[in-house]
Ligand binder design. Structure first.
Ligand code: SF4
Ligand code: SF4
Length: 383
């Protein structure tokens, strides 16, 4: 960490942005020992050192491979003996960067696109419905659930199959759901992770007003990142909704006998816990129960898994940044899945799918290790 300059006002700005948990850090280093970047040779990122820099008011942390390396996976926070809200501190430090207009160049494109088009993918606002091949119901005041299809599954060609699969499963189970369509826009999770706090606040207020005008009370999300943002961050700005990830709802529908699956060829399915479904929202069992409901599939786990699951590397806005080959956490997951003889690597997050599929392709096993969202596994096995 060369070229360090001390600015007391930086420390004050971090505290003012909600980074006060930094004061309880006593520099034990447990976080650095837990952090997945510790497994990556050549990474300059060290969370303990970054906490030290922030606490003393150093500058020089605002680069893609230091402050913006953190995937906000929250593995460190779960182990910190002082229960420091490390992800909150990272967010506060990024807010300071956002306020000074020094967001890394790569991240300015998704921020600009969300502001201009309502999505981070540089796509037209009017194309938000293009994921639908079959008609999808419109949300009305009589509809029970608003289905919030995240921007990735609305616009990214690969990920659109996740949105279609979730809709098929909801149709089959007779769920009352609907979409708002072209008036919908990004939930804002990337804005907040990047540090564009003012833009996040403006977007969130607009979304809350739209949902309230439409009479939304319950929301199903396709992405655990959206789940986190709508469930845990929207209430800060007055948006109180009942928010569920689709795996939670489907698991209860399976238990009620409203969804059944036909036998699939004998296959070992290894399940990757997305950080924002597992550690951030405590959802570990519903996805596993869903996989176990398909005859022929043998679910298995990564080691470690659940609370100790290794992050795919795509959270905390890393999905918008390039991670050099050999430095991707998802490569380690694919390697282990292959060694365990899995035929399918299943997960329940569009970002994880992007990261893991890329790693499987680069490892040359994209044909033999299928990376699938749980919704896709289930939709292809509908009885
Ligand atoms: S584990 Fe907690 S107390 Fe220890 S260095 Fe990290 S943040 Fe500080
Ligand atoms: S949140 Fe994850 S990536 Fe960020 S410092 Fe903690 S363990 Fe490392």
């Amino acid at each position: 960490m060369a070229d360090i300059v001390v600015f007391p006002e930086v420390r004050e700005a971090i505290l003012a942005c909600g980074g006060d948990p930094i004061n309880t850090c006593f520099q034990c280093g447990v976080c650095s020992a837990t952090c997945p970047w510790g497994r990556v040779a050549g990474s300059p990122f060290n969370i303990r050192a970054m906490m030290h820099m922030g606490r003393l008011g150093y500058e020089g942390f605002e680069t893609e491979d230091i402050l913006y390396a953190c995937t906000t996976c929250s593995h460190c926070g779960a182990r910190c003996p002082r229960q420091v809200g490390i992800v909150d501190v990272v967010r506060a430090m990024r807010n300071v960067i956002g306020e000074t207009g020094s967001i890394p160049k790569t991240l300015r494109a998704p921020v600009g696109s969300i502001k201009a088009n309502g999505n981070p993918w540089g796509q037209e606002r009017a194309d938000r419905r293009l994921w639908m091949k079959d008609p999808v119901p419109e949300f009305t005041a009589e509809t029970e659930y608003f289905l919030f299809v995240c921007c990735t599954s609305a616009y990214d060609g690969r990920s659109q199959n996740i949105a279609r699969s979730v809709a098929r499963l909801l149709d089959r189970a007779g769920v009352s759901y609907g979409v708002i369509g072209n008036e919908e826009q990004c939930c804002g999770e990337s804005l907040r992770k990047i540090g564009a706090e003012e833009d996040f606040t403006a977007l969130t207020r607009a979304n809350i007003a739209l949902y309230q005008k439409k009479g939304v009370r319950k929301i199903i999300t396709t992405s655990p990142h959206t789940l986190f943002t709508l469930k845990k961050e929207y209430p800060e700005l007055g948006g109180e909704f009942e928010v569920l990830h689709y795996t939670e709802l489907l698991a209860s529908l399976v238990e009620q006998g409203k969804l059944t699956f036909r036998a699939r060829p004998e296959t070992t399915v290894i399940y990757h816990d997305p950080c924002y479904l597992g550690r951030h929202n405590g959802i570990y069992d519903a996805p596993r129960r869903l996989l176990a409901a398909v005859p022929g599939l043998t679910p298995t786990d990564f080691e470690p898994s659940r609370e100790d699951s290794l992050c795919c590397g795509g959270g905390g806005a890393r999905i918008w940044m390039e991670t050099k080959p050999g430095m991707r956490f998802s490569d380690q997951k694919v390697d282990q899945a292959v060694k365990k003889g899995a035929g399918v690597l299943a997960t329940a997050c569009p970002y994880c799918i992007v990261m893991l599929e890329d790693s499987a392709r680069n490892a040359g096993c994209g044909e033999t290790l299928l990376v699938r969202d749980i919704s896709e596994v289930l939709a292809s096995a509908l009885a």
